[in-house]
Design a protein around this ligand. Structure first.
Ligand code: F0G
Length: 433
């Protein structure tokens, strides 16, 4: 393990060796992977990262050139190459679409599609680093609590590494695609009679008592990997930062990672100014939004409920890290209703791009912030689409087939008799003669 990194407490700044297995400081504070930015600065440059962008991957994965995470390894995790577990992840597209730009009200609106990672969500960026760290420290088993995507990703990466995975999920509250992935990749899947917040409490106890390595975003190595979403956006814009980055917020791991990435990129001279972060919560699962509205005088916890099950979280773990992000980025928090989420999802889907409900919160939030005059129509905005459209087929089918009461953009299937005349009548009715 390189001596340029250590674990450091956010609250009391106590530091621990990077290979010590711990998720919290003795004082109870959250931990960061701390990079010695001063000694790194002379060795880091835009050109160095630009030179590593290669074409199509060859028959063997070369993480440094093929992965959009390990390309930035010096400022993420300087792991031994033989320990790196990569699929490879990242290198996700940034989409633009005229109808969506018009709908959100921005002439410079981009969507970074993290749902196009190997297991279909941004979690792969954190998991490649987390599972690499698990291998580095010789973990016998790994675990997480999840609303679905973390578990799908952990199941995949643990299978690749040959490490047994235990996943804790709220029974009946994770989308079909995600459950299918965990089972298919061979994870030991424990369905909890409770919600994500209960599962999160339980998994921490299990990991602490039974010596299993915890790979929720409480684990700071996960967040190091997720920083690469921002690094890739910056590199994609030739290191000229957009004005805004808008993302859905649940357990607040990504919000935390984005702030740290931007802070470090500025400190290292990769960028000259820091974009503003807007974290978007679902109205029924908005503890961070409510705390923000109360100037963080109180840490609000809620019993969460939303159609966007990925962010159905009432007591987010990375709370303090996310507040720090708002400070570093002049950031803000907004909330959107399930109706706004599902209509935004339908717009993203119909553009041929597609995403799961939680992802669409970032698009709905962008639209709301533009309508409110907070984001200006000519500012450059990147919204993060966090998960793939195939993750949650149930919510999509419900929206389009009438189970969702006010589906503004429903595209219901039509029942036809198996004969030409019937099809012709249908075409004429739908498309005109
Ligand atoms: N979008 C999707 C699709 C997610 O799966 C998650 C989190 C988020 C957004 C929110 O990110 O937690 O970093 O604020 N999913 C976690 C899971 C909780 O278990 O898969 P966050």
């Amino acid at each position: 393990m390189s001596d340029t990194i250590s674990l450091q407490c956010l609250e009391c700044e106590k530091s621990y060796p990077a290979d010590e297995v711990r998720y919290l400081c003795d004082c109870g504070g959250l931990l960061d992977v701390w990079h010695d930015l001063e000694s790194l600065r002379p060795h880091i440059s835009r050109a160095m990262f630009d030179e590593r962008v290669s074409g199509a991957p060859g028959p063997r994965v070369n993480p440094v050139t093929d992965s959009g995470v390990w390309r930035y390894r010096e400022i993420i995790l300087p792991a031994a190459p033989e320990n790196i577990v990569s699929r490879p992840e990242g290198n996700t597209p940034m989409y633009e679409h005229p109808r969506l730009s018009e709908w959100v009200g921005s002439s410079r609106f981009f969507m970074k599609h993290e749902g196009e990672n190997p297991s279909g969500s941004f979690k792969d960026r954190g998991m490649t680093v987390g599972v690499t760290q698990a291998k580095t420290i010789g973990a016998q088993a790994v675990a997480c609590a999840s609303t679905g995507n973390t578990s799908a990703s952990l199941a995949a990466y643990a299978a690749r590494a040959g490490i047994p995975a235990l996943i804790f999920i709220p029974a009946g509250k994770i989308a079909a695609g995600k459950l299918a992935q965990a089972l298919a990749y061979g994870a030991h899947t424990l369905q909890i009679n409770g919600d994500f917040d209960d599962a999160m409490t339980l998994v921490q106890t299990v990991c602490n008592k039974l010596g299993v390595y915890l790979l929720n975003s409480l684990n700071p190595f996960r967040l190091e990997g997720q920083k690469s979403i921002v690094l890739e956006i910056l590199q994609g814009f030739n290191w000229q930062p957009p004005d805004w980055i808008v993302l859905p917020a649940g357990n607040l791991g990504n919000t935390a990672a984005f702030g740290k990435a931007l802070y470090e990129a500025k400190q290292l001279g990769l960028i000259d100014r820091i974009p503003r972060i807007a974290a978007i919560q679902a109205a029924g699962a908005s503890p961070f939004y409510q705390s923000y509205r109360g100037q963080f005088t109180e840490r609000v916890k809620v019993k969460a409920e939303t159609i966007a099950t990925a962010i159905r979280i009432g007591n987010p773990v990375s709370y303090a890290r996310a507040i720090r992000t708002l400070g570093w980025t002049d950031g803000l928090v907004e909330s959107v209703t399930d109706q706004e989420i599902m209509d935004a999802k339908a717009m993203v889907d119909r553009a041929g791009i597609g995403c799961e409900p939680a992802s669409a919160a970032s698009v709905a939030g962008t639209r709301k912030l533009i309508a409110a005059g907070v984001i200006k129509p000519d500012e450059t905005v990147v919204s993060i689409l966090t998960g793939n459209v195939l993750k949650d087929p149930g919510s999509t089918v419900d929206y389009h087939t009438g189970a969702w009461p006010r589906a503004a953009f429903a595209n219901a299937p039509v029942q036809v008799e198996p004969e030409l005349a019937a099809v012709q009548r249908m075409i004429e009715a739908r498309l005109g003669k």
